[in-house]
Write a protein that binds this ligand. Structure first.
Ligand code: OAD
Length: 252
């Protein structure tokens, strides 16, 4: 591991532009389950791919709303972990750092990442079914009905996250591709890198000359194109990388 960390630090030390591409694994040490892990408790019998879909919402809007409410509570009860914080610290050591995340949990923002592209939306944003009016939790306060109704047009309100079978927000996706083509290093952290189109980003970066550094305890869909594999939990590995990078940059 020490050699791999040295190699990763070497690449980061020379980089002017780093894209950090993250998935559910980066939030694991905050206490959140990854996307593909079995659900717990009340929700264990449901398949998240069915709940996170328009078909699921049309079939049983109240249940899907309750599932998202449960997840908002889970997310609200945890804190960003040392992995999130190390990604924020990278901004002090590399001129340009862009975080591209598949997570909807808001933990990168809460940690303080300043340039964040949320490919799958954010669980604290909402929109209505008929008109796509964009709403915040505060707009829905005081409504007893679940799901609530849009204050502008009266249609059902859904979370503004990307569901299975839906397109990713075009602006976010275009920018994620653009940044991936421009960067010197892509850090691929805590993602199985199997869900398209996000999983293409490491390939796009590598094809345009970026070095790929992966942080994951397990192999992923991007492992075979990685220049460096840092096998371990991101909450432990990233602070070590940052510590060494800071030490080397400080002694320049
Ligand atoms: P997954 O659940 O597919 O993958 C989580 C990854 O995190 C796996 O590769 C694990 O090995 C890794 N992992 C586990 N613990 C870790 C730790 N402590 N540190 C670092 N890595 C760890 O989650 P995603 O790749 O995020 O999309 O899944 C991508 C998308 O699939 C989700 O955003 C979701 C789903 O379809 C939508 O909902 C649209």
């Amino acid at each position: 591991m020490r050699d791999s960390i040295e190699h990763a630090v070497d690449l980061l030390r020379q980089a002017d532009h780093v894209v950090v591409f993250t998935g559910a694994g980066v939030s694991k040490e905050s206490g959140l389950p990854t996307f593909r892990e079995a659900q717990e408790g009340l929700w264990a019998k449901y398949d998240p791919e069915e709940l996170a879909s328009m078909e699921g919402f049309r079939r049983d809007p109240e249940m899907v709303w309750a599932w998202y409410q449960h997840r908002r509570t889970l997310y609200g009860d945890v804190e960003p972990n040392p992995g999130h914080h190390a990604i924020v610290e990278l901004e002090e050591l590399v001129p340009r750092v862009v975080v591209v995340t598949q997570n909807v949990d808001d933990l990168h923002r809460r940690a303080g990442s300043t340039d964040l592209i949320e490919l799958h939306g954010n669980i604290y944003d909402f929109k209505c079914l008929d008109e796509g009016h964009r709403l915040k939790l505060a707009d829905l306060e005081g409504q007893a009905e679940t799901p609530p109704r849009c204050p502008h047009c009266g249609s059902l309100v859904r979370p503004d996250v990307v569901w299975f079978g839906e397109l990713l927000p075009a602006e976010a996706l275009d920018r994620a591709f653009w940044e991936s083509r421009q960067c010197d290093v892509m850090l691929v952290v805590g993602t199985s890198a199997v869900v398209q189109p996000a999983a293409t980003l490491p390939y796009e970066a590598a094809d345009h000359g970026a070095s790929i550094v992966e942080v994951n305890p397990n192999p992923s869909g991007a492992s075979h194109i990685a220049d460096v594999l840092l096998q371990g939990p991101s909450g432990e590995v990233l602070p070590r990388v940052l510590g060494e990078l800071r030490r080397q940059k400080g002694s320049l």
